[in-house]
Design a binder for this molecule. Sequence first.
Ligand code: CA
Length: 402
Amino acid sequence: MNQSNFERRYSPLIILGLLALLVLVSGLWAMDRSNNNDNGSNQAGHQGDGTEVTATADDDVIHWKMVTTWPKNFPGLGSAPENMAQLVNRMSNGRLQIRVYGAGEMVPAFGVFDAVSQGVAEMGHGGAYYWTGKVPASVFFTAVPFGFTANEASAWMHYGGGLELWREAYAPYNLVPLAGGNTGVQMAGWFNKEINSVADLQGLKMRIPGLGGEVLSRAGGTAVTMPGGELYTSLQTGVIDATEWVGPYNDLAMGLHEVAKYYYYPGWQEPGPVLEVTINKQAWESLPADLQAIVEVAARAINQDMLDEYTARNNRALTELVEEHGVQLRRLPDDVIVALHEAADEAVRDLAASDPMAAKVYESYKRFAEGVKNYHHVSEQAYINARDLKDARAASNEAATQ
Ligand code: CA
């Protein structure tokens, strides 16, 4: 009875009190959310160099250095490691902060492998084929002439055993590798004379690094290696007759159209080069599982993001090169493509025979390539041909009636 009186008397007050409490709590929650959003946008890269966040007490923060083979903020290639550092910072709420160093800032471009191996830096970003002298198999993890496209390479890495083999190849060097970017199919390069037959390759002095250079030499040319910064002057002064670099987006920025007449495609030498993230093994093992997952996901994100960026920007740059700068776009003749392909098969076979790990990786690469090639005959390749068919037929009908 007393209890019931109490309820009748006080229940309106209790309900009002509860309502007031609800309003207060939701207000606090909204404030908290907007604070978090403010932090979120700061973490997106507008504080200092974009890699410092203060959301976490400093005691819990892990600071890593990432050395790269690219000039600081180099378009595409150099923005990928910066993007990765920012993603890791944001996903870890500032618990793992990575500071990115351009080539030469901490170690020279070609010192990245050793620096990460020795723990001078915890991470690196570059291309595995730069380390062919130490790890002959590394070519397969970057680009093989007439090998995988970007999609195929990524499929082999993540679903075809490629990444496991890469880890095995790098284990003796205290390194854990991850795929960290792809430029997509490159261009065959810039030439000052037309290439109409295999005879035109004889004595051709061309800057073309890695296995592509080996292939050109086997086909009668002379392969030269030099850093990107020297290409413009070397072409201008005739030190070289031709050069490959990347594709329209990067080549336009370099001004190569000012010193060469013909722009050839397709980039048989680098059809889908994979870039690498390397992590010092002890540093990797010291990370808790959630931060390891964050690093893996961030690498996977930049791997795709770089390809998207190149696909979008190459398009625009190629249009500008042709329409505004009058660049002569040329396709390599079939005979030249076949001759280069034959030389590439030999070069890859010889590379595999030179080293047991390279032989093991080559087996896996070859098996995957045969399967994916078969499938792409009826998918990617068949579709792209089918998409062009209507316009091709219309063009040939128009030509026939003229
Ligand atoms: Ca290249």
